[in-house]
Design a binder for this molecule. Structure first.
Ligand code: C2E
Ligand code: MG
Ligand code: MG
Ligand code: MG
Length: 294
């Protein structure tokens, strides 16, 4: 190879930009066909009630099982799906599959009827005019109680489109469907209006939880979020709980629920169904070897 000059560095940089652009086009094209080719699937991650030390429900998390590239993380394709508008049909597919799964679990017994399903909703999906009708349709089709469906939205939705979004959220909430604010703390939402969000649940972003046992400042922030949630009458969930020390702290702070690798990773339907049998202590998870894609 020639001398490692500034120029060759530049060229290397340029070519990697080019590769990235090519990869992006490839993903975009393949994404268009993924639905009809039935390449998506849902994984389910348990959400645990800390007070009861038991399973309270699941979060549905999409995976793209590509025949050539294997399992692709939503972090790679959801942003592209958003930009291209493909998020609308993909999001509808997620809603349908999640409701279908919940209805199946509810049909397994009395205890199972208390299970809730958290479903992620993208901004553009939420803003499509037919969104509320689609929710109605899925609830009716699968006969799931609206209160067992919890839509996860991000703070950015409420920031960018506040009036329209708040009206639509209220419409959905009036049907009994619950609303969760996902990744709370990362979206620069203002304390001046956080109390006006029509929310039932607040999910503290994993970036905070990962540091509560290490940084006292982070601990104080999490403590404030939990105290605020409790006084607003909103259920509070810690995301990304990986360590026992973190769970102990959260329990002391009065956090209602937790989700994270400490309990279980997101797993396919069959493995998730196995969790229903051992609803009780999930604190020492069975290693079932499922994983989140890179
Ligand atoms: P999210 O909604 O905040 O979901 C939580 C993410 O954290 C999931 O990543 C989950 O696997 C991961 N996670 C859970 N516990 C732990 C832990 O203890 N440690 C670590 N390091 N990670 C943990 P995943 O499944 O890769 O999803 C990433 C994001 O993609 C989601 O973040 C969500 O924003 C988006 N997403 C996933 N499924 C859907 C979907 O069906 N629709 C839409 N619109 N977005 C989705
Ligand atoms: Mg989520
Ligand atoms: Mg989250
Ligand atoms: Mg997230």
């Amino acid at each position: 190879r020639a001398k490692n000059t500034g120029k060759s560095c530049f060229r290397h940089y340029e070519s990697s930009m080019h590769e990235q652009a090519l990869e992006r086009i490839k993903v975009e094209n393949e994404l268009r066909f993924a639905l009809e080719r039935n390449e998506f699937c849902l994984y389910f991650q348990p959400i645990i009630s800390i007070e009861k030390n038991q399973l309270s429900g699941f979060e549905a998390l999409i995976r793209w099982c590509h025949p050539k590239y294997g399992v692709i993380s939503p972090e790679k394709f959801i942003p592209i799906a958003e930009e291209t508008g493909l998020i609308v049909p993909i999001g509808t597919w997620v809603l349908e599959k999640a409701c279908q799964q919940l209805s199946q679990w509810h049909g397994m017994g009395e205890a199972e009827k208390s299970l809730c399903m958290n479903i992620n909703v993208s901004v553009n999906q939420f803003l499509q005019p037919s969104f509320v009708q689609i929710i109605d349709k899925m609830i009716a089709k699968y006969g799931v109680p609206p209160r067992c469906i919890r839509l996860e939205i991000t703070e950015s939705l409420l920031m960018k489109h506040s009036r329209e979004a708040v009206e639509k959220l209220n419409l959905i909430k009036n049907k009994g469907v619950q609303i969760a604010i996902d990744d709370f703390g990362t979206g620069y939402s203002s304390l001046a209006y956080v109390h006006e969000f029509p929310m039932d649940q607040l999910k503290i972003d994993s970036s905070f939880i990962g540091k509560i046992n290490e940084r006292s400042q982070t601990l104080e922030v999490v403590k404030s979020i939990i105290m605020m949630s409790i006084s607003l009458g909103v259920e509070v969930v810690a995301e990304g709980v990986e360590k026992d020390e973190q769970l102990d702290i959260l329990e002391q702070l009065g956090c209602h629920k937790a989700q994270g690798y400490l309990f279980a990773r997101p797993v396919p339907e069959k493995m998730a169904t196995e969790y229903l049998n051992k609803l009780i202590p999930l604190r020492n998870p069975v290693d079932i070897g499922a994983d989140t894609p890179a």
